[in-house]
Design a protein. Structure first.
Length: 128
């Protein structure tokens, strides 16, 4: 599996999240920010030959496996990234499924977090 496809998806999603934020579409921005993080986590897992049991990248599996295998065990990525995927998914679920809107402040924090997450993981993938 070519991990670079998921790296490109992450880049596309972070660009979309930034664009949506700039236009005041905070729910759409939060959705894309989460998917940028999800896709770069998939890229990292794929790069390290850690593949899902049923060949499907399920959200819970990706989060748990990225945190356990690549942060806690192998220490490939810094521990400060541990909560990021779960926090982003919770905000994305609010954006997509709840009867409330994601605020500009929450979205701005998530976007910064997503930009950092994608940058850190991508830089590590590029240096290996």
């Amino acid at each position: 599996m070519d991990y670079r496809i998921f790296t490109r998806k992450a880049e596309e999603n972070i660009a979309a999240a930034e664009c949506e934020y700039n236009y005041g579409r905070y729910n759409a921005s939060a959705n894309r920010a989460y998917y940028a993080m999800f896709h770069i986590a998939v890229a990292a897992l794929s790069y390290h030959q850690i593949l899902p049991p049923r060949r499907e990248w399920e959200h819970g599996w990706v989060q748990a496996t990225f945190n356990e295998r690549l942060i806690r065990r192998k220490k490939v990525y810094p521990a400060k990234l541990l909560p990021d995927l779960m926090v982003a998914m919770t905000i994305r679920e609010t954006a997509d499924y709840r009867e409330t809107m994601v605020s500009k402040k929450v979205c701005r924090r998530l976007l910064r977090r997503a930009q950092d997450f994608v940058r850190i993981v991508k830089e590590k993938l590029e240096e290996e």
